[in-house]
Design a protein around this ligand. Structure first.
Ligand code: MOS
Length: 758
């Protein structure tokens, strides 16, 4: 293996490695935020609103205060303006909670009961009597009283357009004109949402499972008017996030206030059902898609209009037309996104936030177009494949879409497919094959890291990264070992603490790219110091050698002619103790102050679809077999094959799990998951994981993952594209397409259930 300057490296990047934190996790020694041992804690329990719109007219707290063990109750009356609202997922103030008597949504926090024990806090919370001044709420699309807000056109995020799509569509010889719907979904990470706050004088420490330590720190400092330096956030392990722990939410500052008043630590662990309304979710979306094509299959028009639900105060939206507009070569494109405000909690990031719903529409539409043209759906994508972003005209940094289709189609046995709907059967089962494109933009942010290397060859890398179950600790150990010529076991990784150098939040699939590139840069700083010291020592074997040619391999500094000096000797030339490097990495294309902003919790990502030089996306292809029972219409997904090309894969073992998990979640997303809402009350009704359906083992058969090799020298120095979210994208369209192939029934809304096919 060689790095981008052609120097050999340890060859560990790309080799499968078990998780270095695996033993801690399986033996229960990994400390999640709510596990933090505390001296004399008080416990908090949330009281949440039972209505979706109106005001708190009054609260009777007598029975609560009389409950043995209850210490105090925070409400808008006794806290009020002490706390400013947090920034929402779009960076603007989100639904507020205890600042006033106003109720914005179902399940809004309206009081915090504090007690000596969890049980007493819960009992006290149950005894709070709330009088509401309720108003009729608006639940979702088409509900009376919703406000419709068309978003303003913006090339990079919203409404990409070119040519005259309306005229081209009108003139197209072959057309598809269809509407699609996707549901409300909730992340339901295994680790419940929790917050623990501890004050020492003016200093506040927050233990909270978060995907963004510095954003949380900056948000709470701003909300409470604290010095940034006085707030520390700790989250060494996160028990699943999927986006739900990305943006700050209102509870954190309230627990900080509670701990300050009680002058003792306060711990909050919320319940599963509260998690449906005190955090974010994937909003329901609607799509109107128009595709025009020539008889030989070339796209001439693409019109994609989307609608998304948000809360009253927030215009958060995902605007996935930024993705769908640049998937295929097409000269005429028009897109538009509209936000519909209802009496709901603010939605937020959920795995591939824009792409999961918007690519459902596009990839079902492409399948419909293939049938309208009498072409194979893979061939239709090949005809419209492009190495140039059709919106901006910039080249793709790399795009291996058709290689993914070919690899997956071969393994899946696509050639055995009879394209006629309803034509393939196995006994009482109708068999359908479906496929779709997967994609995700390659994002990277500024990042900082501290790295030390001892003369004995032990390295420690420190940065405020996040381990959500993705293998983030292991990824860094591999990169550092590779670059310093060590073994993975020689590297200690410290993350999950805002006292460490800042990195962006683990979201938007930027983590691997941002942290591995800054780690590699820190290793390079250390290598340079060793090399400089070696060539400057007259007695040394490297006297006069160009320091740029010296590498670190197998615990030695190695020259271009193969001569080597043990790492111990090389390091001792620099320092008798550990050598340290503290580096910042600001990817080209980001403003120079991007690193400084990072310390305040404002990470600006360089996004794959809005770079100056190239458009950078990872691509993949999802294939699935669906079986529908001829009589009962029971739907089964016995096997799936997914192929991805995502640049450098640092740890194929972890990547395999990530991709496989994405495909499995895609099956759940297409066939199981939906948060049901009561249209009259605007309240979620299946707010628990007994009634919120997710796949169980019996729902999943074989899920094959194929790695399509890809080298990308444009995307970032290590060529890492990121894999966190792409695994789910396209799967729900592949399934809907397979259902059509099995049954001849085109279902354009998710999830697809028995009743849709009866
Ligand atoms: Mo991801 S939805 O950005 O955690």
């Amino acid at each position: 293996m060689a790095d981008d300057a052609g120097r050999p490296t340890g060859g560990l990047i790309g080799q499968p490695h078990v998780r270095i934190d695996g033993r801690l996790k399986v033996t229960g020694q990994a400390r999640y935020p709510a596990d933090e041992p505390l001296a004399n804690p008080a416990y908090a329990y949330l009281v949440i609103s039972a209505i979706s719109r109106g005001r708190v007219a009054g609260m009777d707290l007598a029975a609560t205060k009389a409950t043995p063990g209850v210490i105090d109750v925070l409400t808008h009356e006794n806290v009020g303006q002490e706390v400013k609202p947090p920034m929402g997922p779009d960076g603007k103030p989100t639904t507020t909670t205890l600042e006033s008597d106003q109720i914005w949504h179902d399940g809004q926090i309206i009081a915090v009961v504090l007690a000596e024990t969890y049980e007493a806090a819960r009992e006290g919370a149950y005894k709070v009597v709330v009088r509401y001044a309720a108003e009729a709420p608006s639940a979702t699309f088409d509900s009376p009283g919703v406000e419709v807000e068309p978003l303003k056109a913006n090339e990079t995020r919203h409404d990409p357009a070119k040519g005259d799509a309306a005229a081209a569509f009108a003139a197209a010889p072959v057309k598809i004109d269809a509407r699609y719907d996707t549901p409300i979904q909730h992340h339901n990470p295994l680790e419940l949402f929790s917050t623990t706050c501890v004050w020492e004088g003016p200093k506040l420490t927050i233990h909270e499972g978060t995907q963004n330590l510095y954003w949380l720190k900056g948000s709470v400092a701003g909300q409470l008017g604290l010095d940034l330096a006085d707030v520390r956030t700790i989250s060494r392990f996160v028990g699943g996030g999927f986006g739900s722990k990305g943006a700050p939410t209102s509870r954190t500052a309230w627990i900080a206030v509670a701990a300050r008043r009680l002058k003792r630590p306060v711990k909050l662990v919320t319940t599963r059902d509260q998690g449906f309304t005190i955090a974010t979710h994937r909003a329901e979306t609607r799509h109107h898609l128009q595709l025009g094509a020539t008889p030989d299959g070339r796209l001439t028009a693409l019109v994609h209009e989307g609608w998304e639900v948000s809360s009253r105060p927030s215009s958060y939206n995902v605007s996935g037309t930024a993705t769908t507009a640049r998937m295929y070569a097409c000269p005429n494109i028009a897109t538009k996104v509209t936000v519909v405000h209802a009496d709901r909690n603010t939605p937020g990031f959920m795995r591939a936030p824009p792409d999961t719903p918007y690519m459902f529409a596009l990839e079902c539409g492409m399948d419909e177009l293939a049938y309208a043209l009498g072409k194979d759906p893979i061939e239709l994508r090949r005809i419209n494949d492009t190495q140039t972003d059709p919106v901006s005209g910039k080249p793709y940094s790399s795009r291996s879409l058709m290689k993914c289709f070919d690899a997956a189609a071969g393994k899946f046995g696509w050639a055995k497919r009879d394209p006629k709907p309803g034509s393939m059967r196995d006994g009482d089962w109708l068999v359908g094959y479906g496929c779709a494109t997967a994609c995700y933009p390659c994002n990277i942010g500024p990042a900082a890291a501290r790295l030390s290397l001892t003369p004995k060859g032990k390295a420690t890398i420190q940065l405020a990264g996040h381990e959500l179950g993705t293998g983030a600790y292991t990824l860094l150990a591999i990169v550092v070992a590779d670059r310093l010529g060590l073994q993975v076991d020689d590297v200690q990784v410290m993350m999950g603490d805002s006292d460490l150098p800042p990195v962006p939040g683990a979201g938007g699939s930027n983590n691997a790219a941002s942290t591995s590139n800054v780690a590699a840069k820190a290793c390079e700083a250390i290598r340079q110091r060793l090399a400089m010291a070696a060539v400057r020592t007259n007695a040394g074997i490297f006297a006069g050698v160009d320091p740029a040619t010296l590498t670190l391999v197998n615990r030695a500094l190695v020259g271009p002619d193969g001569r080597s000096e043990p790492l111990e000797t090389a390091a001792s030339r620099v320092s008798p103790g550990a050598i340290e490097a503290h580096v910042e990495n600001v990817p080209q294309g980001l403003p120079p102050d991007a690193a400084a902003a990072l310390y305040h919790g404002r990470a600006s990502l360089l996004r794959g679809q809005s770079r100056e030089d190239v458009t950078a996306f990872a691509f993949g292809a999802q294939f699935v077999e669906i079986r529908v029972h001829r009589r009962t219409c029971e739907i089964r997904a016995p096997r799936a094959v997914a192929a991805f090309a995502s640049g450098t894969i640092v740890n194929p073992l972890a990547a395999h799990s990530q991709y496989q998990g994405g495909a499995i979640w895609g099956i759940g997303s297409a066939l199981h998951e939906q948060t049901e809402i009561d249209l009259r009350t605007a309240r979620y009704v299946n707010h628990n994981i007994a009634d919120y359906l997710v796949p169980v083992n019996a729902d999943i058969g074989e899920v094959d993952v194929i790695f399509v090799p890809e080298e990308d020298h444009e995307v970032n120095p290590l060529g890492v594209k990121g894999i966190g979210e792409i695994g789910i994208v396209g799967m729900n369209a592949a399934i809907a397409n397979a259902v059509f192939h099995a049954t001849g029934r085109r279902i354009r809304k998710l999830p697809i259930r028995i009743e849709d096919l009866l």
